[in-house]
Design a protein around this ligand. Sequence first.
Ligand code: HEM
Length: 418
Amino acid sequence: KKQIPRDKCIDNTFTLLKEGYLFIQNRTERYSSDVFETRLLGKKAICISGKEAPKLFYNPILMKKKGALPKRIQKTLFGVNAIQTMDGRRHLHRKKLFMTIMNQEEQDRLSKITTEKWQEAISRWEGASRVVLYDEVNRILCQSVCEWAGVPLPASEVKCRAKDFSTMVNTFTAIGPEYWKGKKARKRTEKWIRGIIEATRSGKLRPGRNSALHQIAYYKDLDGKLLSTQMAAVELINVLRPVVAISTFITFTAVALYEHREYIKILRSSDENMREMFVQEVRRYYPFTPFLGAITRKNFMWKGYNFKKGTLVILDVYGINHDARIWENPYKFRPERFSEKREHLFDFIPQGGGDPSKGHRCPGEGITIELMKLSVDFLVNKLEFKIPEQELRYSLIKIPSLPKSGFIMRKIKTRTSM
Ligand code: HEM
């Protein structure tokens, strides 16, 4: 039995917020170990990284979610007691709901709606002196996902609803007034969506049978009961909010095209495969999900270390996407590394690992990749624009990260020459 390297401290929560995405990597390097112990939010925590770590983290016999997600994060990002906190049979049953909502046909329907909304936005942008891509894509995705999900959204509300979705995502690690903004945004959104669930159940709204709204409003839990209005609202928001959050990856896609201009030409003259390789590399290279947490179900040994039942385990998502033992030259942006198309159950985990239908891996990866590919097509094939001087840098400290300027574009025109 080996001793797990211990990071000496009373509590490292503030240090984590100071070091951001690199918190775990800094220490695995310091201790030359993929495992170390620290204290976070007043509890002992074991951080794990490296190639083998996702397999342990996604082993349902050894790990559970109950108790892993701080209430602070539930009150902004995910909603209280949502699917992210469930385990076992109840989780699998709930997960089926999400997998059904996001089946291939529904993915295609969302892509089609999103293409139309992009097209409409372009005609607005053509007259504008400048456009902030992040804000615009937020609104495009908010309109698209609401239409797709069957949620009515009057044009006059698009701006503030889109802002509330992005605030929930952007404030979950904040403290003080910024954090309260996140809580308020969630409260407002939950109230709105509870009203929509009630209107559906009373027959005032009649969304399509396959829509997320219909599926969630009439979903029955394992015990055969409908979800409470509040719980149904939380889970519907768990479909709407993350689609709007793809705007972060789309903004990073625009930054990647700016930082690696040679790919604009390549993407123009190649097929969909190249677009897919490009967006995969954006999901690996740029920071979004930092870490994930779970709790050990029992005592066990891993790599010669003793893990005690009930311990918080933190998985180093960002570090694993930048681990030189998994990725050659990990800090080089190189879409070609994805030329071999294969399943990435445990070695590429920007949206979690394992099989999404059996564990907690994100059910929205297909949608994310499709909507990112669609955006690449607009940015390289359908638009012409100038990129003025601006602060495009992004922080590895602030979680979640985003390029500071949000990617400003000027003199936007529809691209005619092919
Ligand atoms: C879970 C990331 C887009 C819905 C997750 C997890 C991550 C993640 C890291 C947690 C995995 C775990 O706990 O093991 C992302 C990122 C996205 C994205 C970075 C890009 C913006 C989406 C989309 C949807 C979605 C588009 C829905 C349409 C969900 C749901 C869960 C989840 C419902 C909970 C799954 C469960 O606990 O079983 N996502 N996601 N996500 N994601 Fe995503």
